[in-house]
Structure formats: structure tokens, C-alpha cells
Design a protein around this ligand. Structure first.
Ligand SMILES: [Zn+2]
Ligand SMILES: [Zn+2]
Length: 289
């Protein structure tokens, strides 16, 4: 797997001056988003490197993959920006714990009170029955958002990634994903939709409720009840989505419902997590062609 283009990309960044160049270009981008280009001398001044020949060598190594050279100077490439964004999110921060007042939310599995902690880049909710939900966020997010807001942000991002995965595209590497539904009898979440990426190997699981939360029927149903599911993603998932159940074994059909203000919207999924039927009082079918 570790062929030259892959290891070459990592080798390119294996120098402090190169990391400083990327950070200096990101700083410029933050100050002047519409004009993020720096001339050679400006960039060298920002980095504080006093050997032009040596500086030029490192800059040249970055040019192409991480830095774009234009007639006006140098700017971060898309890949370079992605890399710096991960650095700036604080994910490499050795002190990734964050202390906050005891926060309670509801368990996404059983609805019981759950406590929220943050450690090693993960927001973790645990209820008294040990149902655990883990969502990855950079620690910087918790400096600017409340815990519940951070749960919303993390859940929303996770569900968008799931959406891409369900469409067959890995959200991390653009590889092709393939999925299956797996039953876990006796487990707190007895049905999980699971995907793997054939390029980077990422393994993602989603509940039936998570699979349908951004379905147009659910978005519209919530909207009719005054709830923007894109804003209150965490709350809707833990408060309003019911546990899914198998309603037909062959072909496999899984039913999950969303309840708001005494009304229920029922969705039926097939084994690929495609919604094949939506019912709210009167039943109507979704075309599967
Ligand atoms: Zn629980
Ligand atoms: Zn992938």
C-alpha cells in the first residue's frame, strides 16, 4: 500500500520550516481571504527564515501539492489548507481534555440521562446502562460552543459523512464504500447499517434513525412542528427518534419512527438503508425506481 506518492506526501511535510510555511500562508488566508497570496519575501519574513536559498528549497518542495505558485506569489492549495485546518483544530494538542460543568443529555439508545465527557478528541455520552456514544471533535470547538452545541455540530457532521457513505463515496478519501445491514440480537441497538471503504478501510456504523434523520420526509415533518433538524440534530435524534424494528425478514425491511407533538412519521428502510416507504397517518409510497 505504501507506494511512492503516498510516502512522498508525508516526507514532504517532515520538516519544521515547511510546517511553518503552511501556517504562515494560513495566517495570511485568515487575514485576507480574498487575497491569500504572499510574495516570496513576505512569506520568508513571516516565517522568519534568514537563509533565502534554504527557504527557497523548502518552499519548492511544497509547491504543487501543498502550495500553489502564481504570478503574484504563493498561496495554500486545497490540500495544504486541509492539512493546516487539522493542525489548527487542536487535534494534535497534547492536552485534549476539556473541563466543563457536569452536563447531562439523554442517551441516544435508551433515553435515560447520560453524562457527557471530553477526552482525547472525543465527546462521549454514557448512560447508567453503559450505552456509549462517541463523537470526534477538536478541543477548540469546546472553547467556543456549549457541550450541547458541540454535540449538535459533531452529530450533524457525522450524519453528513454518513450520507456520503450511503451514496457510495467515502467522506475521507473519496473511495468507494459498500454497505450491509447487520442484526445484533439482544444488543441495545439491535440493527445497524455498516459501511466500509475499499480504499482507506474506514468502518462506519449508523442506526436506522441516523440513516433517515436528514431524509426530506423527516426534515419536512420536523419543520411542520417548528423544529429545524439541521439546527437541533442531537436533540431530535435522542428525543424524537424511536428504536428501529425489523418489520419484514425477507426481503428485509426495517421500520423507524420520528415522533413530535403526538404525531408520528414512520419510515421503512431496505437492506441498503434506502427509504422505501413513508407513512404519516395516511400512507403513501416512495418510488424506488
Ligand atoms: Zn442508555
Ligand atoms: Zn476511504
Amino acid at each position: 500500500m505504501a507506494d511512492q506518492p503516498l510516502t512522498g506526501g508525508i516526507e514532504l511535510l517532515n520538516h519544521e520550516v515547511r510546517a511553518e510555511i503552511l501556517l504562515a500562508l494560513a495566517e495570511r488566508m485568515q487575514e485576507h481571504p480574498r487575497d491569500a497570496t504572499l510574495r516570496f519575501s513576505e512569506l520568508r519574513d513571516r516565517v522568519g527564515h534568514d537563509d533565502p536559498g534554504n527557504f527557497n528549497y523548502h518552499l519548492k518542495r511544497l509547491s504543487g501539492a501543498f502550495v500553489e505558485k502564481t504570478d503574484a506569489g504563493y498561496r495554500l492549495s486545497d490540500v495544504g489548507h486541509h492539512f493546516v485546518a487539522v493542525l489548527l483544530s487542536g487535534r494534535f494538542d497534547p492536552d485534549r481534555r476539556r473541563e466543563f460543568p457536569d452536563t447531562e443529555t439523554s442517551c441516544p439508545v435508551c433515553g435515560a440521562p447520560s453524562t457527557v465527557t471530553y477526552e482525547d478528541g472525543s465527546l462521549r455520552t454514557v448512560c447508567e446502562d453503559d450505552h456509549t456514544m462517541v463523537l470526534n471533535v477538536g478541543p477548540e470547538l469546546l472553547d467556543s460552543h456549549s457541550v450541547i452545541e458541540a454535540l449538535d455540530v459533531a452529530m450533524r457532521r457525522s450524519l453528513w459523512e454518513a450520507r456520503s457513505t450511503m451514496d457510495g463515496v467515502c467522506p475521507y478519501c473519496d473511495g468507494q464504500t459498500s454497505g450491509t445491514v447487520t442484526r445484533y440480537p439482544g444488543e441495545p441497538v439491535p440493527i445497524l447499517y455498516e459501511w466500509t471503504c475499499d480504499r482507506c478501510g474506514v468502518f462506519l456504523q449508523n442506526s436506522a434513525g441516523g440513516c433517515v434523520l436528514f431524509h426530506p420526509a423527516v426534515v419536512g415533518f420536523c419543520y411542520q412542528h417548528g423544529v429545524d433538524v439541521f439546527q437541533r440534530t442531537w436533540e431530535v435524534l435522542v428525543e424524537n427518534v424511536e428504536t428501529a424494528a425489523v418489520c419484514s425478514a425477507d426481503p428485509l425491511r426495517v421500520q423507524v419512527a420520528v415522533s413530535l407533538e403526538g404525531e408520528r412519521l414512520e419510515l421503512t428502510l431496505d437492506d441498503s438503508a434506502t427509504v422505501v416507504d413513508v407513512a404519516d397517518g395516511g400512507t403513501y409510497s416512495v418510488s424506488t425506481e
